[in-house]
Design a protein. Structure first.
Length: 462
């Protein structure tokens, strides 16, 4: 009997090499040889999304941003949910791996029965150890493990993507908030200037030099500027609330001190952005791992075409008294093997295989689309960074010219050479030009954050 059991196990182990299902190959995708908006060259990607990206936000040299970004990992609830999802995926891998090993059970029971009259009272005690094992003859269980492992790796990539997304959103909100700080400071200076102009106009009206319409225009301009200042205050409060949520705090218990003298710091973007950094895109890694997971499911479905083998054994002790339970005569054992094969299920197995193939085709298509979208993201942000830098120079030139025009027109108005309408126009133009410079500075920082996200977390060398 021992020889028979050994033969059965040896046969199962030999058959274990007969795994079914296609070998996984990463879906092919067309890649450009170089950036259209840069000077770097692409190389064939190797999964590197798990490499340490480092605190990329430190590139902006803002200590307050550094402190806020470091809180996203521990406080943001979306990241916490992604962490929990990854933990679930890892647990599923462990569960699937356990199916490759035998399961052992221990049973113990004790019963006492009897009745009235001549029915005797009887006792029955039993202790048994049993085991069962399904050899992975066709690789179904192994492919289930590999599929679960690929799913866990996809969940890990999703976790990285959630973390990067939250950090990027925090940085964008922070830079927009600082831009509003600078805009409010400019607006306060504008209001001071409008008050001074209104005073000049009132004096000229009191002297009978100008009509009352000039005074009314000055009052209108000042009131509109004050209303706009309140609008900026509201926008800043909304951004502050959003940042509070991103760092896991209640808005009522969170505040960021204004910084009127804020100046933007945009990190230098290298001309040759290494394409290898695209390998660090977590969404690409997740899409590729899900394609691998879908491929393993084809093998799992195909294994249903073949019979399943199950080995079992049991050793038990039974006696009428506990004292006799462990005697040799109380020992009983069984060893068995079973083979099961589906003969007819109206094509259900074939349908499941075709469904698994279609699911893989879908996952492969999603992977290719994700890669193409990643190329687009990098190209978009490279051109945005380049154009915004040129625009900033032009905005600054326009602001300088508008400031000179504003002062000259105001001087000419005081000399009675132009109407107040020209003063209003010059002041509005100068105000918009100054605001445009601040907005351009903020746009460059936001574009830098977007480029960092497009590159999977930075452009520092691997």
């Amino acid at each position: 009997m021992k020889m028979q059991r050994f033969s059965a196990i040896a046969l199962a182990c030999a058959l274990a090499g007969c795994a079914v299902g296609p070998a996984y190959q990463q879906p092919a995708v067309e890649t450009p040889v170089a950036f259209k908006e840069g000077q770097g060259a692409w190389v064939r990607a190797v999964p590197a999304d798990a490499l340490e990206r480092g605190p990329w936000w430190e590139l902006f040299n803002d200590t307050e941003l550094n402190a806020l970004a470091s809180q996203v990992d521990v406080s943001n609830q979306n990241v916490a949910a992604a962490v929990a999802n990854y933990a679930q995926a890892r647990a599923l891998v462990a569960e699937q791996r356990a199916s490759l090993f035998p399961s052992v059970t221990l049973d113990a029971s004790g019963n006492r029965s009897g009745g009235g009259g001549s029915t005797p009272t009887r006792s029955d005690y039993q202790v048994g150890i049993g085991g069962s094992w399904e050899p992975d003859v066709w690789g179904r269980l192994g492919k289930g493990v590999e599929g679960a492992r690929a799913g866990a790796q996809a969940s890990q990539a999703d976790l990285q993507a959630a973390r990067l997304s939250a950090q990027g959103e925090l940085a964008v909100n922070y830079f927009n908030l600082r831009q509003l700080d600078a805009a409010r400071a400019l607006q306060a200076e504008t209001i001071v200037g409008y008050r001074r102009t209104q005073k000049i106009t009132q004096n000229r009206y009191d002297a009978g030099i100008v009509a009352r319409t000039d005074v009314l225009q000055a009052q209108t301009q000042l009131a509109n500027a004050q209303a706009e200042e309140l609008g900026l205050e509201r926008q800043r409060a909304v951004l502050e609330h959003a940042i509070a949520v991103l760092v896991g705090k209640a808005p009522g218990n969170f505040a960021i001190a204004p910084r009127p003298l804020w100046t933007a710091t945009v990190p230098d973007i290298p001309l040759d952005v290494p394409s290898t950094l695209l390998q660090r895109r977590s969404d690409i890694a997740a899409a590729e791992r899900r394609a691998a997971q879908a491929n393993e499911q084809i093998g799992v479905a195909q294994a249903a075409y073949f019979p399943s083998l199950r080995l079992s054994g049991n050793v038990g002790l039974g006696a009428a008294s506990i004292g006799d339970l462990f005697s040799a005569s109380a020992l009983a054992w069984t060893v068995g093997a079973s083979l099961a094969q589906t003969i007819f299920n109206a094509g259900a197995t074939t349908a499941r295989v075709e469904g698994a193939r279609a699911a893989f085709d879908e996952a492969a298509a999603r992977y290719r689309q994700t890669v193409l979208s990643a190329f687009k993201d990098v190209e978009d942000q490279l051109v945005a960074s380049r154009i915004l830098q040129s625009q900033l120079v032009l905005r600054q030139q326009a602001a300088q010219a508008a400031n000179l025009v504003e002062q000259q027109v105001l001087n000419r108005y005081q000399a009675g050479q132009v109407s107040y309408t020209e003063v209003v126009t010059a002041q509005a133009t100068a105000q918009n030009a100054r605001r445009a410079v601040v907005q351009a500075l903020s746009d460059r920082e936001v574009a830098a954050v977007a480029l960092i996200q497009a590159l999977g977390g930075g452009w520092r060398g691997l």
